[in-house]
Design a protein around this ligand. Structure first.
Ligand SMILES: Nc1ncnc2c1ncn2[C@@H]1O[C@H](COP(=O)(O)OP(=O)(O)OP(=O)(O)O)[C@@H](O)[C@H]1O
Length: 500
């Protein structure tokens, strides 16, 4: 519903600064040796990753942060899926923190899901460790205690025996990380309960998949973070448990300054922010929550939504009752290519995966990924899919945002997405980093009109027909019928089982 609300808005943004963006498509790829001020260690870390040029979005963000823009303004990025937004923010952060002296938590990156956080951390690890920067995770993958031990160095003495209210030297907690990648829920756990966890030295805040993160309150993580920073800057900040002060000795953090009208032209310290998405919200009510400082929008192309350049979209028309048969025929016709199949819900994902696995002699390994599964199962499945252990992954929309799986050549929408945003993110799991990819959408005749209307909202949204030969359908029909019978038996058995 929330996405629909936003799509109904007029395409001309209400916020004046959003009407005059910097067009990323005008930037060229830039060879690493031409990137101004690029730290030599960062350059060689990138080379180790096989990267020889920065992508246009990375060049544009570098220019506005490390380059002449000098991060005077907060940066909003709206560029297509797979265009390289992760490195676009990771590179400047690492470069800007490379000359830090004391280890404190300086940069916070918030993402909506655990698997995405793990992926982002991997990118940071590869470029930050060569510069001596440590990256932490707050995602709830391990127990809170384990996570705390990775993030905060406890004082050497036992605090309960050490504390003396009249003693001037208070226990000193020390951050073990310079950069933290977090999901909002676990971030709030640390803010509320972890002794020694502090945002008082934070310089940079990155909100990846911004529209997704702003759509849900997630225990008010954003106002909480902004309030903590603000009150700390005002000098009024007392941690909730002031029994254990959080400062690192006498260390003071001086943030970069901004001048805002409300401050009577006096400079005030500000947290520098970068917010990014392939479908950045234009809703002023949502954007205002970020409290951006003279925001600058970096955007690819003219339209609000843009599909990757090398993506081809196809529609496959079939009757609703034979959709699984057409899906199997399509998968067969795609040979051994890695495919990602999206359904409309977690239940549909499970049912479809069960049915597909009832096909005999299919010779295609198929697994499912959905938020119904335990995180550990999901991450294991995703790892196996990355490694090519199996070929087809059926997924709910849990996998649409940000996930980067190498070698996915085809995305299949088993159910027509309701919103163009959903199409953009699903289709965007292929055709990444300039590679080619295809997105097939299965639909019945009566869904075609709505789908065409949907696709007109995106740049590059033209869609061709894809036909499956009737001989292939006929050849598969007998196995389809027996798969259906087998599936019905499984379903009736599971329905008879008493619920535990
Ligand atoms: N300069 C580069 N040269 C080569 N490959 C790159 C470069 N920058 C990023 N990549 C690769 O491009 C792929 C997509 O990058 P990334 O995941 O950052 O995209 P994204 O814009 O964040 O996409 P999404 O909107 O789906 O989250 C990754 O596999 C990444 O390693």
């Amino acid at each position: 519903m929330a996405e629909m609300g936003e799509e109904k808005q007029h395409s001309i943004p209400a916020l004046p600064w959003m009407r005059d963006p910097v067009d990323i498509t005008l930037s060229q790829q830039l060879p690493l040796h031409s990137v101004p001020s690029l730290h030599p260690k960062l350059k060689s870390a990138l080379e180790d990753l096989g990267i020889s040029n920065l992508f246009p979005v990375q060049v544009a963000v570098w220019h506005e942060t490390v380059g002449p823009g000098n991060f005077e303004r907060d940066i909003c990025v709206n560029s297509p899926t797979g265009s390289g937004k992760t490195l676009a923010y990771a590179l400047p952060l690492v470069q800007m923190l490379s000359d830090r002296i004391t280890r404190c938590l300086r940069a916070l990156v918030v993402v909506p899901t655990r698997d995405l956080a793990l992926q982002v951390k991997q990118v940071f690890d590869a470029i930050a460790s060569p510069l001596g920067l440590r990256v932490g995770l707050a995602i709830g993958q391990s127990s809170l205690a384990d996570e705390i031990s990775e993030l905060v160095e406890m004082p050497a003495h036992d605090i309960s025996t050490y504390y003396d209210p009249h003693h001037v030297s208070l226990p000193r907690f020390q951050s073990k990380v310079d950069i933290l990648v977090a999901t909002p829920g676990r971030l709030m756990d640390h803010i509320n309960t972890t002794k020694g966890f502090t945002l008082e030295h934070l310089y940079y805040l990155v909100v990846d998949e911004t529209d997704r993160l702003l759509r849900e309150a997630y225990q008010s993580w954003l106002p909480t973070v902004l309030e903590l920073i603000q009150s700390n800057d005002d000098g009024f900040f007392q941690p909730a448990d002031s029994f254990f002060p959080c400062s690192v000795g006498a260390l003071r953090t001086r943030r970069r300054c901004g001048v805002e009208r409300g401050f009577k032209d006096k400079p005030y310290p500000r947290l520098a922010k970068m917010v990014l998405s392939a479908t950045l919200t234009q809703d002023p009510g949502r954007i205002i929550q970020l409290n951006l400082h003279h925001p600058l929008l970096l955007k690819a192309g003219q339209m609000r939504y843009r599909l990757p350049e090398n993506l081809e979209s196809f529609k496959l028309i079939c009757d609703k009752n034979v959709k699984p048969l057409y899906l199997i025929a399509l998968l067969k016709s795609l040979g051994e290519e890695k495919c990602l199949v999206f359904t409309k819900s977690v239940d549909s994902t499970h049912r479809l995966c069960q049915l597909l696995n009832c096909f005999e002699d299919l010779q295609i390994d198929i697994k499912e990924y959905s938020s119904l599964q335990h995180q550990r199962v999901r991450s294991k499945t995703l790892n196996e899919f990355r490694k090519g252990v199996f070929q087809v992954l059926v997924s709910s929309d849990a996998l649409t945002r940000g996930m980067d799986v190498e070698g996915v050549r085809n995305v299949i929408n088993y159910d027509v997405p309701k919103y163009i945003k959903t199409y953009v993110h699903r289709a965007g799991r292929t055709a990444r980093a300039g590679q080619t990819g295809r997105c097939f959408t299965l639909m019945s005749e009566d869904e075609v009109r709505r789908f065409k209307k949907l696709m007109r909202k995106a740049e590059g949204g033209s869609c061709l027909d894809h036909n499956i030969s009737s001989s292939l359908i006929e050849a598969l029909n007998t196995s389809y019928q027996s798969a259906l019978t087998k599936y019905k038996v499984i379903i009736s058995k599971t329905q008879k089982k008493p619920k535990k």
